[in-house]
Design a protein around this ligand. Structure first.
Ligand code: E4P
Length: 225
């Protein structure tokens, strides 16, 4: 079951890893990109096929044609094959946003990716984006505040009562960024598998469990009937 708020997507095209994480019931969707598909060593449609078979209902599939016409053509093929499971991912360029407008007019979910400024998020929203993907980690890599970008975009949408576009925090590099992105109002975080695994961990949980286990052994030793 998916929830409407605080959604977690996995940012990978590794089917085995996704299978493992998805079986927790915590993952709400998947984002892929050409780099992640390349790393998987598989054909994109084979990856999407297996994810759809797993029951995943929201898979971001990136189109790579340079023109708006080409992107829409590519998107339509994906929609034809994968239906409502497909979220079409377009870059935040003139052509990308033109394609976004056309796809959105046909009720296709569009994820506008490679967002690095509030102005790009405004244009993407106006072009009918379902999701905008600001790249937190890559902004940080360039010595700007990636999480501030999330905060700014969320504030703009809230100030303008713009509820039709959701903020999908992308390029997340650590566990802390997930909490902060949600705190600043991101609707969704897409996170790499290692960050997802890291979210379970706390040294005090391990220590607490150790103490409980020792206590339980004492209980068993002293209450044997
Ligand atoms: C977003 O959808 C992208 O796939 C991804 O988050 C990019 O992250 P990176 O900067 O770690 O490559």
């Amino acid at each position: 079951m998916t929830t409407d708020t605080m959604r977690i997507f996995l940012d990978t095209a590794d089917v085995a890893t996704i299978h493992d994480a998805y079986s927790t019931g915590i993952i709400d969707g998947i984002t892929t990109n050409p780099t992640l598909i390349m790393k998987s060593g598989r054909r994109p449609t084979d990856v999407y096929d297996e994810l759809a078979d797993m029951g995943i209902r929201d898979i971001s599939m990136e189109v790579v044609e340079p023109t708006a016409v080409g992107m829409v053509r590519e998107a339509n093929k994906l929609i034809e094959k994968f239906g409502e499971v497909a979220t079409i991912k377009v870059p935040c360029t003139k052509a990308g946003l033109q394609a976004c407008r056309e796809l959105a007019n046909n009720n296709v979910r569009v994820n506008v990716t490679l967002i690095f400024s509030p102005s790009q998020a405004i244009l993407a929203a106006k072009a009918g984006a379902t999701y905008v993907s600001p790249f937190v980690g890559r902004v940080d890599d360039n010595s700007f505040g990636g999480l501030c970008l999330i905060k700014d975009i969320v504030n703009i949408y809230q100030q303008q009562s713009w509820f039709q576009t959701e903020v999908l925090a992308a390029s997340i590099r650590n566990v802390r960024d997930v909490g902060r992105a949600f705190e600043y109002g991101a609707n969704i975080c897409t996170i790499p598998p290692n960050v997802f695994e890291g979210m379970y961990n706390h040294i005090l949980t391990d220590k607490g469990l150790e103490l409980f286990d020792e206590a339980w052994k004492c209980v068993e030793a002293t209450t044997v009937t």
